[in-house]
Write a protein that binds this ligand. Sequence first.
Ligand code: AKG
Ligand code: MN
Length: 199
Amino acid sequence: MILAAQDFPNVLPHDGEAFFIKQFYGKEQADLLAARLLDGLAWQEETLLIFGRWVKAPRLMCWYGDPGAAYRYSGVDHPPLPWNSVLKELKAGVEAVCGQDFNSVLANLYRNGRDSMGCHADNEPELGFRPVIASLSFGAGRRFKFHHKNQRLTVNLVLEHGDLLVMQGDTQHQWLHSVPKSQCELLPRINLTFRKIMI
Ligand SMILES: O=C(O)CCC(=O)C(=O)O
Ligand SMILES: [Mn+2]
């Protein structure tokens, strides 16, 4: 049987489409994948342009993809690093369940509970209209918050080790999302968002 993202619960009401697949990777496999990602990716501390000021991103990041799949976010151009073996394996896994191919991935490493991701939508023009984004999480569980752009609607999830969240349809046009800071002493967390850049 072939799994399809649409067979899993849609966690968003109204005009959102976000399918949540708990433990897409089981604990043992997720442990091995997390160790390979932690060791094998070129994690960088980046400086981002936020409201006209350059600030250190509150997490480590790196961008991988096909040649030419450059991505501009927060005022900075990111040429892609070439795919490595663990990212290629994960890309094939999420492509099978999403029924579409991806040509790039943004990797984020949240070192502890103080690292975070502000409220945003992945709606840059190079992602095209109604992008499909596949988000894999490893390591510490973290709250993931959706806010509707025009209505008082919020949806809170906890993304845990091995979970997959597929955002598609109008999600990036109608909703924002964030990973808030936590007061707790948390272990590191890795998140990968597979995307298709219009080259
Ligand atoms: O860490 C996450 O779960 C979200 C990451 C994210 O939203 C992004 O990379 O655009
Ligand atoms: Mn995002």
